[in-house]
Write a protein that binds this ligand. Structure first.
Ligand code: AMP
Length: 420
């Protein structure tokens, strides 16, 4: 029989490396939990229309990368390609915005799916931790989110990342700019695909990474020069708050991002050790999204950080997280009576909160001690018939090799002391 493999563009998280992923999720969510964000979990799939309207019918995410399907019952669904539309949908559905306590601040962690061309750092199934602050227009809220992401990356020990910042304007000034940009782009010699993009999503052309496109873009009108006074003042406040918080950023007037819903503040976290897939996270303000999916006007801001790429960034910087060994104590019984007694001691230790494992499967002493060492445990608890007859078990320090007998009824206490 042939064996199965993980689908193309996916990979499995396996121990011991999987512990790093858990630690990254924890490190990213910790500053959010500490800042008034509550945990939200939404389904892995949604009505396809939510993403078509929310993310934008002209984006690559919706037109090329979405896992859309029809169920046996005829529902048109899609695996979620991103988190914001779902979170806003859930908040609206539950009327969280009507509790008289805006902004509604939520964080999430989960799997996302995009049918992309796989390469290092780009997968078809990936993992994000995200945050959304719904229902307030306040530059301090935009600044808060950027500061919290910066705090998360720094807590992980990352240093070689940069924050790119831009303002995309609002519904007053962006349409004027859009028209000016379209006029400029239509005068350029560009390929068919790109020309089509000029009609549906001209700002994305600025983001095109191809050199021949970038060469032609010299002299293009810049959104910065079209921002209305309100947008300019708003952006200036975000910048000042970041500076006051000691968070360095770079103004990137070409930063557009791949989703249609952004207004005003947009930002991206890029890491310089990752090659072409350098964005480790990104986000921005989406003041119009609620109305686009049938809700009331709810100016909001959020971000999503990629867990997979954050792990790659840690590797690129040579940072290893300080992850405590999963097992502190490893029990090795010699003989049937010892198995029974030591298994009891293991249960007791675990109930006392001490991470403990056991040599299952009737291994011989040599093999069992090998497993003990591999487990990363500091202590082994070894007992044979003679020990039991004396009412003791042997406590072996796996680093020094030193072994001391301990009374069976004092095991938890002694181990607690030995572990410090
Ligand atoms: P986006 O919603 O595209 O701004 O994505 C936010 C973050 O999610 C990115 O900065 C990446 O870190 C991560 N991400 C997005 N797409 C992928 C993918 N296909 N594979 C791995 N990570 C991804």
């Amino acid at each position: 029989m042939s064996t199965f493999q993980a689908p193309k563009g996916t990979y499995d998280l396996l121990p011991p490396n999987s512990a790093t992923y858990l630690a990254v999720r924890e490190a990213i969510s910790a500053p959010l939990k500490n800042s008034g964000y509550g945990y939200i979990e939404t389904p892995g799939f949604e009505n396809v229309e939510l993403f078509a309207r929310g993310v934008g019918g002209s984006t690559d995410i919706v037109t090329k990368e979405m896992y859309a399907f029809e169920t046996k019952g005829g529902d048109q669904l899609a695996l979620r390609p991103e988190g914001t539309a779902s979170v806003l949908r859930a908040a609206l559905e539950a009327n969280l915005h009507k509790g008289g306590n805006l902004p509604v601040k939520l964080w999430y962690s989960g799997s996302y799916y995009r049918y992309e061309r796989p390469q290092k750092g780009r997968y078809r199934h990936f993992s994000q931790v995200g945050a959304e602050a719904i229902g307030a227009e306040d530059p301090a809220l935009d600044a808060e989110l950027i500061i919290l992401a910066d705090q998360a990356y720094r807590a992980l020990g990352l240093r070689d990342f940069r924050i790119l910042l831009n303002s995309l304007g609002d519904k007053e000034c962006r349409p004027v700019y859009r028209t000016a940009l379209q006029d400029f782009l239509r005068g350029l010699d560009l390929d068919e695909d790109t020309r089509r993009r000029i009609d549906i999503n001209p700002l994305r052309v600025l983001d095109d990474k191809r050199e021949y496109v970038q060469e032609r873009l010299v002299g293009a009108p810049m959104l910065r020069d079209y921002l209305c006074e309100a947008c300019k003042a708003y952006h200036e406040q975000v910048r000042e708050l970041l500076t006051a918080a000691g968070v360095a950023f770079e103004d990137d007037v070409k930063l557009v991002r791949g989703l249609d819903y952004y207004t005003r503040t947009t930002f991206e976290f890029v890491h310089d050790g990752l090659g072409s897939q350098s964005a480790v996270g990104g986000g921005g303000r989406y003041d119009g999204l609620s109305e686009m999916i049938g809700g009331p006007a709810l100016p909001s801001v959020g971000w999503a950080l990629g867990v997979d790429r954050t792990v790659l960034a840690l590797e690129a910087e040579g940072v290893t997280l300080d992850i405590p060994a999963a097992t502190a104590v490893y029990a090795v019984p010699l003989g049937d009576e010892a198995r029974r007694v030591l298994f009891g001691a293991v249960t007791e230790l675990r109930r006392a909160g001490i991470a403990t494992d056991f040599a299952f499967g009737g291994k011989g002493l040599k093999n069992a001690m090998k497993s003990a060492n591999r487990s990363g445990a500091r202590l082994a608890l070894v007992a044979g018939e003679r020990d039991l007859a004396e009412g003791v078990v042997q406590l072996k320090d796996l680093r020094s090799g030193e072994q001391t007998p301990v009374a069976l009824d004092a095991v938890v206490e002694e181990i607690r002391r030995a572990l410090g």
